[in-house]
Design a protein around this ligand. Structure first.
Ligand SMILES: NC(=O)c1ccc[n+]([C@@H]2O[C@H](COP(=O)([O-])OP(=O)(O)OC[C@H]3O[C@@H](n4cnc5c(N)ncnc54)[C@H](O)[C@@H]3O)[C@@H](O)[C@H]2O)c1
Length: 398
């Protein structure tokens, strides 16, 4: 499949919400189709005006796109001269006029910092964002065609908050790797949809409606998965809620209690019933989703930050206590990730642009990237990793 066609304009992909496509369908071919359709609509509606790099990037100003920035007919593989801003002449040993050299260098030095970063975070030499997204999607396509590593075959796991975002991405990935997955969510329809996607792809899943802040509900859900598949080998406790944007003194006590109940008490309750089930199997792994807000403060989010710091502490405490039972427990600390939770918080603000500018990789995460870290922590590849809080943050903490 060809994602970009001759004549497609640079910058149009920047308008496309990639995450939205994944939510619509995790099937790569459909995603690529919807991306292509979205591009065509985007160009028709507003050519160039919304380019991510406008107005800083000289290539993306209104007007014609230079030939070297267009996609060739050969598919997504870039031509060698397609790799970002014009290289310094010495890099290729090609002769170039002094005037041209001066013009290129001064143009580069005028560009603001963000404009020098592609979606892959590479500076200056990195691919243009449009190309970066195309390469990323091509990578997904290649992966989907490649051999599937079924390193979770025969294992049973559960994912909370699996009806959406990071939880859905990871449930799909665990299942793709061969696990039978308990798809747990407060939202019955969302959980059923994730389970449907898994089973339609040939995997094994069972949707269960659960409120992780409610002890009988959690106990029943863990029991049901263990009974259905004969035990439990891993759990990804990922469900969570955000808090509203205010300082501590302005926070209603109800909101404080709700955020702590779901995020912190919910994680505690899940572990309380998962740990004995894992012990019965002779060991296993638990990953708890905290946040970068579990490692340092996020302004105006006291309940969220407190709950996520609590999850990091709880994970470390359990890692020490249950290591003799061959159970590993780790916390996962994503920075902003393009999920429904993020969109609900960022709607109507310029948060995305601000946060991208603060992120060394120059973009926010997508759910698959956080899910990949969760899957790794649950896998035997991470057999000697326990008690850590793993940042997945595009370099924010570097
Ligand atoms: N998206 C981000 O930027 C970001 C960043 C850092 C950490 N996180 C954390 O990642 C986790 C997943 O978030 P997401 O961004 O995928 O959010 P999301 O809103 O897309 O998904 C969260 C899911 O949790 C479910 N849920 C909410 N309350 C529940 C409850 N009481 N019981 C069971 N399920 C419940 C929701 O129905 C939803 O399906 C959360 O713990 C969140 O705090 C998210």
């Amino acid at each position: 499949m060809q994602l970009l066609r001759d004549g497609d304009e640079v910058g149009q992909l920047a308008r496309f919400d990639l995450n939205h496509a994944y939510r619509l369908s995790p099937d790569v071919e459909s995603v690529l189709d919807s991306v292509r359709l979205s591009l065509i609509e985007s160009v028709r509606a507003q050519p160039h005006d919304d380019c991510l790099l406008r107005p800083a990037h000289p290539r993306c100003r209104a007007g014609s796109v230079p030939e070297r920035h267009r996609k060739s007919d050969a598919g997504l593989r870039p031509r060698p001269d397609f790799l970002g801003p014009a290289p310094h002449p010495r890099a290729h040993g090609r002769p170039q006029s002094r005037l041209r050299r001066q013009r290129d260098c001064s143009a580069r030095s005028r560009r603001p910092r963000r404009a020098q970063r592609g979606l892959h975070g590479a500076r200056r030499r990195g691919p243009h964002p449009t190309l970066a997204v195309a390469i990323f999607l091509q990578g997904r396509l290649d992966q989907s065609r490649g051999p599937v590593v079924r390193d979770f075959a025969g294992l049973v796991g559960l994912v909370t908050g699996a009806g959406s975002g990071i939880g859905r991405s990871s449930a799909l990935e665990f299942a793709r790797r061969g696990a039978a997955v308990g798809v747990l969510d407060l939202n019955e329809h969302a959980a059923a949809e994730t389970a449907r996607l898994i089973t339609e792809a040939g995997g094994t899943a069972q949707a269960i409606t659960v409120d992780i802040g409610d002890e009988p509900s959690v106990r029943a859900a863990v029991d049901r998965i263990s009974a259905a598949y004969g035990g439990l080998d891993f759990a990804f406790n990922n469900a969570g809620v955000p808090s509203t944007n205010r300082q501590l003194t302005a926070m209603p006590s109800d909101e404080w209690e709700h955020v702590i109940r779901v995020n912190l008490t919910g994680t505690f309750l899940c572990m309380k019933y998962e740990l004995p089930a894992l012990r019965r199997r002779g060991g296993g792994a638990i990953v708890n989703t905290a946040s970068n807000g579990g490692l340092y403060a996020i302004p105006r989010a006291p309940a969220y930050v407190a709950s996520k710091h609590g999850i990091v502490g709880l994970s470390k405490a359990a890692a020490v206590d249950y290591a003799p039972d061959n159970i590993r427990v780790n916390a996962l600390c994503p920075a902003l990730t393009r999920t429904e939770m993020y969109e609900s918080v960022a709607a109507g603000t310029d948060m995305t642009a601000q946060q991208e500018a603060l992120t060394p990789l120059g973009r926010l995460a997508i759910p698959d990237e956080v899910a990949a870290a969760a899957v790794w922590l649950c896998s035997t590849q991470a057999s000697y990793v326990t008690g850590i809080a793993l940042s997945v943050d595009g370099g924010r903490r570097a």
